[in-house]
Design a binder for this molecule. Structure first.
Ligand code: GDP
Ligand code: IMO
Ligand code: MG
Length: 428
């Protein structure tokens, strides 16, 4: 049972970092398979708080080999800054391995991300501005720069030249920006090459060999199902495959090696950036939930949009990912509510939809049909077994389980590493 995938169920920030870290002690490998430094995964260990962006959360566990898979886009400046910051805090980062096939985020990707967003005005996606979309666009367009290109200066120069030819037209003529020279990009990238070289390898081979030996590999997803480029609320999505299928293509293992697919879901919902969000709360209720849940972006510091739990979204994620387990996080945040609303279906212009509507415009118009569950007032942050939870909290969890289509195996009751209730272990 060695391949375990962790994916976000909603719009990100569900607590995937913590869930990955939770498995750290029992895991041999943690591979990040999609996204880049648009992610922000917070892990709290004792009094120490770590915010990881590009690096897999497994880097914090001794004995785990962290891997950046081929499906990731790598900003080298961020990579080395993050490595240095962890090193300074005493974390051993020497085991990190990076796929030779991963794509690079360059200066022109970051610039294009920001100017495109500004150009879109009201229609903007609300990206993290990290160059994620433009880098993946180049990959699909077959004009991307890969990690291995840094070790062949000639090839690198040719590829950068090719990529900049059209981009400089865009930058200068459409966006009114200065042209970017081949030299500045190549020099910047080459300045990292020597430090990068020892980490770069055929990570697909490493991971397949590890699985053959029966070692445990965690595939750590960035972003989430509703931000997936195929299955999310397109175009208000990220540009990668954040769902379970992406774990195979983004790491170089076959889908039959993914034994357990774990969806991380918050006991309510948040979203950063634009796009539909049927259960969104405004006004006082929204302020209350945002401040109580500390819902401010790990990457951009933006206040997160907040809303109630959306059961059709979790059912959708269960189908799309083939979830075997759910980790329900932040249950402790709901303490003190007299009643807890849960969205069980949608009303779209007078018609009831039990599932996420396939038509995006319908989802934009969807109003939540809410059911109300009794709340609890007891502090639950010290509970370590299901039975220690107040009856109303147990009932809330069981109701969500019934509505969501997969079993809730772990419940988060606080930010700390040990603040969990394990009903069914994720690793046998
Ligand atoms: P990720 O992007 O999915 O890894 O999630 P983030 O790290 O961006 O956001 C989740 C936040 O919730 C982090 O600050 C975590 O420390 C925190 N967190 C995770 N699980 C729990 C929980 O069960 N209770 C509480 N109170 N906080 C949690
Ligand atoms: P983690 O892994 C929440 C959102 C952005 C924007 C959209 C596209 O921490 O859950 P991008 O920069 O990726 O092109 O932005 O996706 N987004 C996230 N929202 N959590 C994340 O990561 C996100 N990564 C991207 O806010 O709406
Ligand atoms: Mg996050």
């Amino acid at each position: 049972m060695p391949g375990i995938v962790i994916v976000g169920v909603q719009w990100g920030d569900e607590g995937k970092g913590k869930a990955t870290d939770l498995l750290g002690g029992k895991t041999d490998w943690v591979v990040k398979f999609n996204g880049g430094n648009n992610a922000g995964h917070t892990v709290v260990i004792g009094d120490e708080k770590y915010a990881l962006h590009l690096l897999p959360s497994g880097i914090l566990s001794e004995g785990v080999t962290p891997v950046i898979g081929n499906g990731v886009v790598v900003d080298l400046e961020v990579l080395f800054a993050e490595l240095e910051a962890l090193h300074a805090r005493g974390v051993d980062t020497s085991r990190l391995r990076i796929s030779a096939n991963a794509h690079i985020i360059t200066q022109y990707h970051r610039t294009l991300d920001r100017v495109t967003e500004r150009f879109l005005g009201k229609r903007q996606i609300g990206t993290t501005g990290r160059g994620i979309g433009p880098s993946y666009a180049d990959k699909i367009n077959r004009v991307g720069i890969r990690v291995q290109d840094l070790f062949d200066e000639n090839i690198l120069r040719q590829k950068v030249e090719g990529a900049l030819e059209t981009k400089n037209h865009l930058l200068v003529k459409v966006f009114n920006r200065r042209a970017i020279t081949v030299e500045e990009v190549v020099d910047d990238l080459l300045s990292y090459a020597d430090r990068l070289r020892p980490m770069v390898t055929d990570t697909g081979l490493l991971l397949n060999d590890a699985l053959d030996r029966g070692e445990i590999v965690v595939f750590e997803g960035g972003q989430a199902t509703m931000l997936d480029v195929d299955h999310g609320t397109y175009p208000f999505v990220t540009s990668s495959s954040a769902t379970a299928g992406g774990a195979a293509t983004g790491s170089g293992v076959g889908p039959n090696r993914l034994d357990r697919i774990v969806g991380i879901v918050k006991a309510y919902t948040t979203r950063v950036g634009s796009g539909p969000f049927p259960t969104e709360l405004f006004g006082e209720q929204g302020e209350w939930l945002r401040s109580r849940g500390f819902e401010f972006g790990t990457t951009t510091g933006r206040p997160r949009r907040v809303g109630w739990y959306d059961a059709p979204v979790t059912r959708y994620a269960t189908r799309i990912n083939g979830l075997t387990d759910l980790v329900l996080t932040k249950l402790d945040i709901l303490t003190g509510l007299e009643q807890i609303p849960v969205c069980v279906a949608y009303d779209v212009d007078g018609e009831r939809y039990d599932e996420v509507p396939v038509n995006q415009s319908d989802f934009h118009h969807a109003k939540p049909i809410l059911e109300y569950f009794p709340g609890w007032s007891e502090d639950i942050s010290g509970a370590r077994t299901f039975e220690e939870l107040p009856q109303a909290a147990q009932d809330y969890v069981l109701a969500l389980e019934k509505l969501s289509g997969s079993r809730i195996s772990v419940i988060g009751v606080g930010a700390g590493r040990d603040a969990v209730i394990v009903r069914h272990p994720l690793v046998d």
